[in-house]
Design a protein around this ligand. Sequence first.
Ligand code: F1P
Length: 325
Amino acid sequence: HATLREIRKTPEGILTAQKAFEDFLTHHDFRLPREIVYTGCGSSHFLSQPLAMATTRLGGRGFSAPCSELLYSREWYPIGNPELLVAISRSGETTEAIKALDALNVPRFALTAYESGLSRKSDYALIVPAHEESVVMTHSFTAFYFAFLQLLLHSYGRETYDAELVSSLTKEVLGSEEYIREIVNGFDFRNVIFLGSGILYPVALEAMLKMKEMALFWSEAYPTFEVRHGFKSIADDGTLVVLLVDEPFEWHEKLTEEFQGQKARVLTVGRHDAGADYFIEVPELGPPANVVLYLPVIQLLAYYKAVERGLNPDRPRFLSKVVKW
Ligand code: F1P
C-alpha cells in the first residue's frame, strides 16, 4: 500500500523538511512574530495545535482553530491581536483553508506541500515537498511539523535541531513496525482510546482521526487524566488504551492499573512502560520535537488495524484527498 510506503518515508521527510526550512531562510529575511494564529482542516488542523503549543512554549503565544471556525465563528474565540496567520494545507487547495486566509486582517503565511492556491494568496510560504499518493496525511504531517518548528526556533533565537539526528531517531521508532503488527493481530480490540497530555494531546487527536480515516474504526482521544472523569466507562476487555507519554510518573501507573482492572489493555508509547501490557520505547528527544517520534507509531497502528479489517487504507470510503465546496 502507498500509505505504508509513506509512513516509512518519515526519516526522508525530516530531511526534506530541513531542506525546505533552509531554502526558506535563503530566500527570506523573515522572523516569525510572537503572536501567531494557526489554522487548517482535518489533519492539518490537528497539526495547527502542536504548532500553536510549541509557539507558546517557546515564549510566544500560539492559538489554533479549524478554518471553518475562524471563518464563521471567530467571535467566540480568544484570538487577540495576532501578528501572523499561518494556514496549513497539504494540497494547498482546500477551499476553507484558502478562504480562511481572509479571516483576519494580518500578514498571511502558508505551510503546504505545493505551489498552490494557498501559497499564491499568502505573503510568505514554506513549501515542504513531502508529497503523498495516499488520501490521508502521514509523513507529510511529520515533515511539516519539523520544518515549521525549525523556523520557530530560528526566529526566536533558539538552537535548531540536528535534522540528521532526528531523522535517524524516527528510523529507530519505525523499527517497531513488526511489533505493532503483532499487537493488532494478537488483540482484536473493538475500540481504542488515545491519551496524551500537553503537546502529546494533539498527537492523540491525530491518532483518533487516523483510526477513523484509515481503518473506519471507532476511536477517541482525551487529555490523559481527563479520561477518568466519566469517559473511562467505555473501556472493557475489548478496549485498547494507547498512552502517549514522554516521562511517565506515578499517576500513569495508577491509570494503567485502573484500566487493567476494567480488563482493558494498555499500550504505552514513551520513555518507560508504566506497567502497561504493551510497550513501544521512544528515544529521548524531549518536547516539542518529540512529537515526530510518536506520529509514525500511531500511523502504523491505524494502518495495521485497517489491513486487519480487510480495508484498503489508501482509499478510505467517503473521503477525498482535497475537500472543496
Ligand atoms: C485536509 C484534509 C486531510 C484529510 C482528508 C481531507 O487536507 O482534511 O487532512 O486527510 O483527506 O482533507 P489539506 O488541506 O491538508 O490538503
